[in-house]
Design a protein around this ligand. Structure first.
Ligand code: PRX
Length: 635
C-alpha cells in the first residue's frame, strides 16, 4: 500500500528508487492493488522508442468509468462526486453524488448509443464548464467512444479543423456559455464551424443560457428531452487497456494542431496515482482545480484522477474576476476547499489587486496549493504562499504536458521541501535527463539543458491521431531513444528541476500553449500582409505575450496602421481564438533571415524583450540592416 501513498521524503526516495529499478514491477503493483480490471494484462510494458511504440498493461480489459464511478457506489454512493459552482454566485451550487453521476452518465451514454455512436467513434465536445461537460466525457468513455474536447474559447475555424482532423460525426455543445458578465453564443460558433464539416450528422445541445439559437432540422437536437427518456443504466463497454480513451489537441511549433491520443489503462493508473500523491488526497477533502476541462489539466485532474480516487471535485464555471477579484477565495471559503490548483497567470492577475479581496475570506480549510501550465515567478510564488496559503500550505509547482497525460515533476506536499520556481523532483517512474545541443546527456547537478525523459510512464500519449510519423519526428527524433519535451530545464545542487521555458517555437501565453505557425498563417491571410513572425516577450500577468513583426505588401493602401492592427487581431480571433491575439504589432520592412531563408527568431525575441545588448551570433544573417531598423522602431 505504501507505494500508492507517499507520506514522507524518505519514503519518496525509497519508492522512487524502486520505481526506477523495476518500473514494470512498480506499476504492476499499483495497478493490481487499486483498480478494477475485468481481465488482467498479459504484459505490463512493451516499448520501443525508435518506432515509437508503447503499450502498458497490454491485454488487460477494463472500463475507466467503472473505476471512476461504479466501484464507489457501494462505499460512497451518496458522497458528492462533482460539486458544480456556477458563474453567478447567486445561483446555487449543485452537488452531484456518485449515485447521481452514475445515473446521469448512463442516461447520456444511452442517448449516444441511440444516436448511433459506437465504440471507437470520435465525438467532439464543445461545451462550457457545466456538469454536462464532465458527464458527456464520461458517457463517451462508458461506451468506448473517443472523446475530443475542444476548449469552448476556441473559434469556429479552430473547432472545424479539430472536428475534421479526428473525423467526428457528432458534436456535443450548448446554446451558450457564461463568462463573467458576458454570455457567449456557443451554438452560433458551432453552426459556423459545421459549414466546413460535412461529415457531422448530429449535434446534441445542452441548455445553459436559454438564448435564442438556430436548430438545424435533422441535425440538431436538445439533449435534455432525450436524457429524460433514456434508460438510467448502461453497462460499460469492456475496453482493451490500449484502446484510445480520448484525443486532445495541442499546438505544435509548426503546422496543424496535434491530436494527442491517450489510451485507457495506463492513463487511468497514472492520473489516479499522481492525483493521490501530488495533492495528498484524503477521503474527506474538497478538491478544486480551476482549469477548464478543455485542457489536459481538466481531463486528468478535474475528471479522471479525482474520480478514480472517489474524490469530490469542484467544477467552476466562472472566471477569477467575476463578480470581483475575490471570487476564488469566496468559493474556497464557501465549499471549504482543501486543495486548490490553478495557473500562475491567475495568481499574477489576482496579486495585482487589493489584498482585501483575499484577506476578507476564511481560507483556513486549505492544505495544499498547486500551480501548472507555465513557470511561476518568485514574486507570484511568495504572494500565493503568504496570502493564500498563510505560509502553511505547501505549493506544488507541477510540470507536465498534454502529451504526458499526468504530472511528471512536482513536489509531494509535506514530503518534498519546496523551493520557489522549482518543480523539484520527478514522480516515481519518471526518469528525466538533461541533454546538450549535441544530444549528449549532461550528468551531475548544477547543470542545464534540454529536458528529456528516458523511460516510458503509463500515461504518455501513444501517437498523434492520423499522423504517427509526426509523433515520432516531434518527440522521439531530436534525441535518439528519449522522449523530448520541448522544454529547457536546470537541475540545481540537490537535484531539483526548474523548468526554464520552451526551447522550440511554442509560446506559453497565460498558460495556453500557442504555436507560432498557425498564428502567422492567420495573419498572412490579411490581403495587406506579405509576411509575419511572432515571438513571445515577458508580460507581468500573462507570463508571455505575443509580439508580431509584420511586413506589409503595400504601405500606401493601408495608411491607418491602427485599424490594420485591429483587423489582424480580428483575423487571429476568427482563426484561433482571442487567447492568441497580439499585444504588440510592429510593421517592419523585412525580417532577419539566415542565408538559407530561415527567420532568426532569436533576434526578434531579444528585440521584443528589450534585451538588445548582446544579439548573439549574427554572422549567418543575410540582412543585418533590417535588424538595425527593427531595433530603432521597436515598441
Ligand atoms: O512549457 C511547459 C509548460 O507548459 C507546456 C505544456 O503545455 P500544455 O500541453 O498546454 O499543458 C499544460 C498543462 C499540463 C510545457 O511544455 N509548463 C507546464 N507546467 C509547467 C510549465 N512550465 C513551467 N512550470 C510548470 N509547472
Amino acid at each position: 500500500m505504501s507505494n500508492y501513498h507517499i507520506k514522507h521524503l524518505e519514503e519518496y526516495f525509497q519508492v522512487y528508487r524502486k520505481s526506477v529499478r523495476n518500473p514494470e514491477g512498480f506499476w504492476e503493483e499499483v495497478a493490481e492493488e487499486h483498480f478494477l480490471w475485468r481481465k488482467k494484462w498479459n504484459s505490463v510494458l512493451e516499448w520501443d522508442f525508435s518506432k515509437p511504440e508503447i503499450k502498458w498493461f497490454d491485454g488487460a480489459k477494463l472500463n475507466i468509468t467503472e473505476n471512476c464511478i461504479d466501484r464507489h457506489l457501494s462505499i460512497r454512493g451518496d458522497k458528492t462526486a462533482i460539486l458544480f459552482e456556477p458563474n453567478d454566485p447567486n445561483e446555487p451550487a449543485e452537488h452531484i453524488t456518485y449515485h447521481q453521476l452514475h445515473e446521469r452518465v448512463c442516461r447520456y451514454a444511452n442517448v449516444l448509443k441511440d444516436q448511433g455512436v459506437e465504440k471507437g467513434d470520435r465525438v467532439v465536445i464543445y461545451l462550457p464548464m457545466i456538469p454536462d461537460l464532465a458527464i458527456a466525457v464520461l458517457a463517451c468513455a462508458r461506451i468506448g467512444a473517443v472523446h475530443s474536447v475542444v476548449f469552448a474559447g476556441f473559434s469556429s475555424t479552430a473547432l472545424a479543423t479539430r472536428i475534421n482532423d479526428c473525423g467526428a460525426k457528432m458534436v456535443l455543445t450548448s446554446d451558450g456559455s457564461y463568462r463573467g458578465s458576458k454570455a457567449i453564443d456557443l451554438k452560433g460558433i458551432v453552426d459556423e464551424a459545421l459549414k466546413q464539416c460535412p461529415d457531422v450528422k448530429s449535434v446534441l445541445v445542452s441548455k445553459r443560457t436559454g438564448s435564442e439559437i438556430n436548430m438545424k432540422e435533422g441535425r440538431d437536437q436538445w439533449v435534455q428531452p432525450l436524457l429524460d427518456k433514456a434508460y438510467a443504466d448502461c453497462s460499460p463497454v469492456v475496453m482493451d487497456s490500449e484502446d484510445p480513451l480520448f484525443i486532445l489537441y495541442t499546438s505544435g511549433s509548426t503546422g496543424r494542431p496535434k491530436g494527442m491520443v491517450h489510451t485507457t489503462g495506463g492513463y487511468m493508473v497514472y492520473t489516479a496515482y499522481t492525483f493521490k500523491n501530488v495533492f495528498q488526497y484524503k477521503e474527506e477533502d474538497i478538491y478544486w482545480c480551476t482549469a477548464d476541462i478543455g485542457w489536459i489539466t481538466g481531463h486528468s485532474y478535474i475528471v479522471y484522477g479525482p474520480l478514480a480516487n472517489g474524490a469530490t471535485t469542484v467544477m467552476f464555471e466562472g472566471v477569477p474576476s467575476y463578480p470581483d477579484f475575490g471570487r476564488f477565495w469566496d468559493v474556497v471559503q464557501k465549499h471549504k476547499v482543501t486543495q486548490f490548483y490553478t495557473a500562475p497567470t491567475a495568481i499574477r492577475a489576482l496579486a495585482k489587486e487589493n489584498l482585501d479581496f483575499v484577506t476578507k475570506y476564511d481560507l483556513s480549510s486549505l492544505k495544499v496549493l498547486g500551480t501548472v501550465g507555465e513557470p511561476i515567478n518568485e514574486e507570484a510564488w511568495h504572494w500565493y504562499n503568504d496570502h493564500v496559503g498563510d505560509k502553511k500550505c505547501p505549493i506544488v509547482d507541477t510540470w507536465w504536458q498534454t502529451e504526458t497525460g499526468g504530472i511528471l515533476i512536482s513536489p509531494i506536499p509535506y514530503s518534498t521541501p519546496t523551493k520557489p520556481t522549482y518543480a523539484t523532483l520527478p514522480m516515481p517512474g519518471i526518469q528525466p535527463a538533461l541533454m546538450d545541443e549535441n544530444g549528449k546527456e549532461i550528468k551531475g547537478n548544477q547543470v542545464d539543458g534540454r529536458l528529456c525523459i528516458k523511460f516510458p510512464w503509463p500515461s504518455i500519449a501513444r501517437t498523434i491521431w492520423g499522423n504517427h510519423e509526426r509523433y515520432k519526428d516531434t518527440y522521439f527524433s531530436a534525441i535518439e531513444g528519449k522522449y523530448f519535451t520541448g522544454d529547457g530545464a536546470l537541475r540545481d545542487e540537490v537535484g531539483y528541476y526548474r523548468i526554464t521555458g520552451r526551447v522550440d517555437d511554442v509560446i506559453i501565453v497565460s498558460g495556453h500553449n500557442l504555436g507560432t505557425a498557425p498564428i502567422e498563417d492567420a495573419i498572412n491571410e490579411h490581403p495587406a500582409v506579405a509576411e509575419s513572425a511572432i515571438v513571445g516577450f515577458p508580460h507581468d500577468i500573462k507570463g508571455n505575450a505575443l509580439y508580431g513583426y509584420i511586413i506589409l505588401k503595400e504601405t500606401g493602401e493601408y495608411r491607418n496602421r491602427e485599424n490594420l492592427a485591429k483587423e489582424i487581431n480580428q483575423l487571429i480571433t476568427e482563426h484561433i481564438g482571442p487567447i492568441a491575439k497580439l499585444d504588440k504589432i510592429q510593421f517592419v520592412p523585412g525580417l532577419p533571415k539566415t542565408r538559407s531563408g530561415k527567420i532568426m527568431r532569436r533576434i526578434l525575441r531579444k528585440i521584443a524583450s528589450k534585451d538588445t545588448s548582446n544579439l548573439g551570433d549574427t554572422s549567418t544573417l543575410l540582412n543585418p540592416e533590417v535588424v538595425e531598423q527593427i531595433m530603432k522602431e521597436s515598441l
